[in-house]
Ligand binder design. Structure first.
Ligand code: SF4
Length: 256
């Protein structure tokens, strides 16, 4: 177990793995999210979310027959994704294209061994001070004889996942009193896989990074200019992209 660093009293904040990784890429974008400003919906994110819903359905209810697949996708969209569908303004033909893409991902997903899966879309909420809660949703938790393994499935390239996995491992440690044996990210589309054996030193460092983030973002509520902005590929999904000099510069480079 680790002792979570002391946090000053201040604004109540809910810190997700997604906010943490956004902060590490660009603190300015993380501040915008905390202020309720989000970038535009993207087709890729919609497709990824639908794929995750289908993977979870497979693990909880069993394999989906091919003649039931489109209906299963439409049910999942109807249950939780309609606002995103409306925001994207997908035409019926485009939606069929998304469902076909998810179908290809599902075929690959079915080749992955799911032996030992003990829970799916596991939500963890851990208060670490009177004002701060850390939270995350873990795609799947396995216990197949070698200890607990947390798995995050990606529907695109793996990218940099170390910090996200360390955040999940920290959450697990704080919630259960011991770290998972392994945290893993696996790309269903490319087959890439990355695993981490969480060390206490790494999780202590992650906890320190979270506290530093909280300090920076809280200061940003009163002095927005104090929060650094770091341009990169994430600028295209940032709500500040039209007003941010760093973001405009990054987009010029990316479009050149
Ligand atoms: S546009 Fe880019 S640099 Fe500017 S805040 Fe957003 S992510 Fe950061």
């Amino acid at each position: 177990m680790i002792e979570f660093p002391a946090i000053e009293r201040g604004e109540r904040l809910s810190i997700s793995a997604s906010l943490f990784t956004t902060y590490l890429r660009c603190p300015g974008q993380a501040l915008a999210q905390l202020q309720g400003r989000y970038g535009p919906e993207s087709r890729a994110a919609f497709s990824g979310m639908l794929a995750h819903r289908i993977f979870a359905r497979h693990l909880t209810d069993g394999a989906i027959e091919s003649d039931q697949f489109t209906a299963a996708c439409r049910q999942e969209i109807g249950q939780a994704m309609n606002p995103k569908l409306v925001a994207l303004q997908l035409r019926p033909s485009e939606l069929r294209g998304v469902i076909a893409e998810v179908g290809t991902l599902y075929e690959r997903f079915q080749t992955i061994s799911t032996t030992g899966c003990r829970s799916v879309e596991t939500e963890l909420d851990v208060p670490v001070s009177p004002d701060i809660t850390l939270r995350g949703r873990i795609d799947a938790v396995f216990d197949d004889g070698g200890g607990v393994r947390l798995v995050d499935w990606k529907t695109g390239a793996l990218g940099g996942v170390q910090e996200q996995l360390a955040f999940y491992a920290l959450l697990w440690l704080l919630h259960h009193g011991e770290p998972p044996a392994i945290v893993e990210a696996a790309s269903v589309s490319s087959g890439e896989r990355y695993e981490q054996v969480p060390a206490i030193a790494t999780l202590t460092e992650t906890a320190n990074q979270v506290v530093e983030m909280i300090d920076v973002l809280r200061l940003g509520f009163v002095d927005e200019a104090s929060v650094p902005r770091v341009g990169g590929p994430g600028c295209q999904y940032c709500p500040l992209s039209d007003e941010c000099a760093e973001g405009k510069a990054a987009r010029r480079v990316l479009s050149a």
